[in-house]
Design a protein. Structure first.
Length: 164
């Protein structure tokens, strides 16, 4: 695992930025929900789910196929976990979006207890995403940066930039 003092490589830096954009969109959606701006919250949760789906597709198409051959021995088996986590995060995102849409469609505003329950449910995806992103940024992506030939790494970073 790279030291926190070592600069991140180009692939890790790109994905760290993409992850922060997803995090920011999720935070904006939750802020709107907290402030009971329900139509805005619904739109932001939809945008976040769409962005999460596109990001997972990017990783599935370009990162994970290269990971098995680039990740150090003993960790390659863990690469299969990423796809399962993508599926679970997308299920949770769809559930969050649906719950917010249901609240937005009601005539009466949600109670404080309803909002607390919804925020508790969303905590699961936040924890899963945090763990998933940390493993990508600290293990998977640095391993790809070390394991791929320089020209292939450069081409991969460019393809990821074009698809984002």
């Amino acid at each position: 695992m790279p030291s926190s003092r070592e600069p991140a490589g180009p692939l890790t830096s790109l994905f760290r930025s993409l992850h922060r954009e997803l995090d920011h969109l999720f935070l904006r959606a939750r802020e709107a929900l907290f402030e009971r701006r329900l139509d805005e919250a619904r739109e932001l949760f939809e945008a976040w789910e769409d962005a999460l789906r596109a990001h997972a597709a990017l990783e599935e198409a370009l990162i994970l196929p290269r990971a098995d051959r680039a990740v150090e021995a003993g960790r390659a088996a863990a690469v299969a976990i990423y796809s399962g986590e993508h599926v679970r995060m997308l299920e949770l995102a769809a559930a969050a979006r649906g719950a917010v849409a249901a609240l937005a469609a009601r005539a009466e505003p949600p109670s404080t207890r309803e909002l607390i329950a919804l925020f508790d449910e969303q905590g699961t995806i936040r924890r899963l995403a945090d763990h998933h992103q940390a493993r990508e940024e600290n293990i998977l992506l640095p391993a790809l940066e070390r394991g791929l030939p320089a020209a292939e790494l450069e081409a991969l970073v460019e393809r990821c930039r074009l698809r984002q």
